[in-house]
Design a protein around this ligand. Structure first.
Ligand SMILES: O=C(O)CCC(=O)C(=O)O
Ligand SMILES: [Fe+2]
Length: 278
């Protein structure tokens, strides 16, 4: 499905665009299933939840986070590399829209920052303050190159705290003097920018299959999840691989420490394990 000219114009003018019903719903359902299946490994009561919308599924995960936060962290890490996540990112309709909006050819695209967020009700620690994704991603110096995709993995209404986007804030370009801070010693650094009072804020209910596209210079922040449900969402950042100043990178694998400790407890020999692999 090609993006319409009016959506392209809207994106250029406002630094974001919401494309409704773009992704294959059954593909989203499969990722929901991955999350449900993996979660069962962490929940004492091995129930068959009806779906990701099962209230009890949410309340049990919220309880896990509260009572055994390290186990919740292990669950969080474990779903990040699921194949199903990548099959959503590689959907033809998504790539076509990305190509249209960025003017990049599929073969010239790079991506990273693929991540499933699980935002708990009223969580302040992981709430991201106003920022530009350009300040976290250095693959392209120019934040107008590439794009950010924000994908709800369940239907979200205002109470679930969908993303807040400052309309047309990309026009001011990259704000290099952001404030680097962290909420506590264990959390990762945030890169906060000042939000002008004149910016209108877009924050709308989203449904499974919708995709919110954003310029890397667009200022945005987490919404406040005041519901009793976990807000599941997926993000991915797309870069221009043909940029002469593209900053190449490679990953180091950091194995989950809780998983390691749990295997040691079980008596599994993990002497062969390299704690950090290159
Ligand atoms: O989903 C959110 O709450 C914020 C995500 C975000 O802006 C990011 O990961 O850069
Ligand atoms: Fe962001």
């Amino acid at each position: 499905m090609l993006i319409t000219k009016s959506k392209q114009n809207f994106y250029n003018k406002n630094g974001f665009v919401l494309v409704k019903n773009l992704l294959n719903k059954s593909n989203i359902k499969k990722l929901q299933k991955t999350i449900l299946n993996r979660s069962k490994n962490y929940l004492k009561d091995k129930k068959n939840f009806r779906s990701i919308y099962d209230k009890q599924f949410h309340s049990e995960l919220i309880r896990l986070k509260k009572v055994e936060p390290k186990k919740f962290g292990s669950l969080y890490d474990s779903i990040q590399r699921s194949l199903q996540l990548y099959s959503i990112i590689c959907e033809k309709s998504l790539i076509k829209n990305i190509c249209n909006l960025t003017k990049l050819k599929k073969e010239n695209i790079s991506f990273n920052g693929e991540n499933i967020r699980m935002d708990l009700p009223n969580d302040k620690l992981h709430h991201l303050e106003w920022h530009q994704d350009r300040s976290y991603y250095f693959q392209n110096r120019d934040g107008n190159k590439g794009i950010v995709c924000w994908i709800p993995l369940i239907d979200l209404d205002k109470k679930n705290g969908p993303l807040q986007v400052c309309v047309a804030s990309h026009k001011d370009g990259f704000i290099a003097n952001y404030k680097k801070f962290r909420k506590n010693k264990k959390s990762s650094f945030q890169r906060k920018v000042k939000k002008k009072n004149t910016f209108k804020v877009f924050s709308q209910s989203l449904k499974e299959g919708d995709v919110l596209f954003m310029n890397k210079n667009t200022i945005h922040a987490s919404g406040k999840n005041t519901s009793r449900f976990i807000r599941f969402s997926l993000q991915v950042r797309v870069h221009d691989l043909m940029d002469p100043d593209y900053l190449s990178f490679r990953y180091k694998i950091l194995y989950n420490q809780t998983d390691i400790e749990s295997m040691i407890k079980k008596g599994i020999n993990i002497d062969d394990l390299e704690k950090v692999s290159i």
